[in-house]
Design a protein around this ligand. Structure first.
Ligand SMILES: [Fe+2]
Length: 395
């Protein structure tokens, strides 16, 4: 186990913390580009409260609204142009993962001189990482992606129907204002998807990482169990602020780097899902809920002990004389049942996706990322046929 880790994002956490936005943003700039999504932050009053706080601190505002789910490259380019035209010196994202990812990419696109799509990773050698970005402040209004406190952004090229990512240290937000009160109006289905997303961030590292990371294992199990305890409460009653608080903290911890530290894990489930949502514009975590259990059944054949550990520690599955394979299977079944119980889909048909393009999804996934031998990184690595079979099993 070897690692070199730094997460410089300041996190200001708790109900009511939105009021600190102006003071925090004022440390980094005087004219903010405020990036928002489809308008829910305006309907529920969050936007007005944020602007009030900024104005009180002497920070003026230019808006960039309308970031779509599965945020598009053209939106990133549009936002960066606004920031340049208006001389913005700080970028503030108020919204969910799409809004935050788009805002981070805009902050870097302001200075980017290459072709815009080259900012995002590709196995074809076109990737030119950004080296400079405006300071970013994140204000998540959904507990899900963990984007508020990490250096990643996922963007869709709507012309090529590709979805890729950038993950470089300059994209770490300066500060994340994580106020669970802002999530109480999130509808039940989106809340459930957030729970699925955060759990999947953790399972990727847990199942695909190197051996010999016992502390990271316990952290991962703790995040999953916390999400499974409080997630259903947040789904059942959106106004349960305690449940919202615990779910949101779990979502931050799931992808701010701690749980994955030193695991050197691939993210095969995310990589496959990104291709589905690039083609069909489905909710990211709805796609994950479909792909993850099917992928687990595939991977458990190679590492039954690892999946038996998951079953035993997370679900209390007893072996009762049965082998690791049997415990592994029961753990995965229980996990799938949990996803269904909070309202997540677990079959492609529920997303309106059939088998017509199944080979294309595999090809696209491997074009974005492969290990140099044409396989998808993970444990085990996946051939094109493996990806097709996992998707076929999820139809
Ligand atoms: Fe995710």
């Amino acid at each position: 186990m070897q690692f070199n880790f730094k997460n410089p994002t300041q996190i200001i956490f708790g109900a009511g913390m939105l009021a600190q936005l102006g003071e925090v943003a004022g440390r980094y700039g005087k004219h903010a580009l405020v990036v928002t999504g489809g308008g829910s932050v305006k309907r529920n009053g969050t936007f007005d409260r944020a602007i009030e706080s900024l104005k009180a601190a002497g920070v003026s505002v230019t808006e960039c609204s309308g970031v779509e789910p599965n945020p598009r490259l053209s939106t990133v380019v549009r936002g960066a142009q606004i920031a340049k035209d208006e001389n913005c010196d700080v970028v503030i994202a108020i919204g969910g993962g799409s809004t935050m990812d788009a805002a981070k990419a805009m902050a870097a696109m302001v200075y980017y001189e290459d072709e815009p799509w080259n900012m995002f990773f590709s196995s074809e050698g076109t990737f030119v990482p950004p080296t400079r970005a405006l300071p970013v402040i994140t204000v998540p209004t959904l507990a899900a992606t963990g984007s508020e406190m990490n250096s990643g952004a996922v963007i869709t090229n709507e012309e090529t129907k590709e979805k890729s990512f950038v993950n470089v240290p300059i994209l770490f937000p300066k500060a994340a204002i994580v106020d669970p009160e802002l999530t109480v109006t999130v509808p039940a289905d989106q809340t459930a998807y957030g729970v699925c997303d955060l759990i999947t961030h953790v399972t990727e590292g847990y199942f695909n990482g190197v051996d010999g990371t016992p502390l990271q294992d316990r952290w991962a199990e703790g995040v999953i169990q916390t999400a499974m305890e409080w997630g259903p409460k947040a789904v059942a009653d959106g106004n349960d602020l305690e449940a919202r608080t615990q779910v949101q903290w779990a979502s931050v911890a799931a992808l701010n780097g701690w749980v994955q530290i030193g695991t050197k894990a691939g993210y095969p489930v995310h990589m496959i899902e990104h291709t589905l949502s690039a083609h069909h514009d489905v909710a990211h975590a709805a796609g994950l809920a479909v792909v993850n259990p099917s992928w687990m059944r595939f991977a458990a054949k190679q590492r039954p002990e690892r999946f038996a550990q998951f079953a035993e520690r997370v679900f209390g599955v007893q072996r009762n004389g049965g082998g690791a394979e049997e415990a592994a299977r029961e753990g995965i079944d229980r996990f799938e049942e949990f996803l269904r119980s909070i309202g997540c889909p677990t079959h492609l048909s529920e997303l309106g996706i059939g088998e017509e393009l199944i080979e294309r999804y595999a090809d696209d996934t491997l074009r974005i990322i492969n290990d140099g031998n044409g396989n998808l990184p993970g444990r085990p690595t996946m051939t094109k046929d493996d990806i097709v079979n996992v998707l076929r099993a999820a139809l």
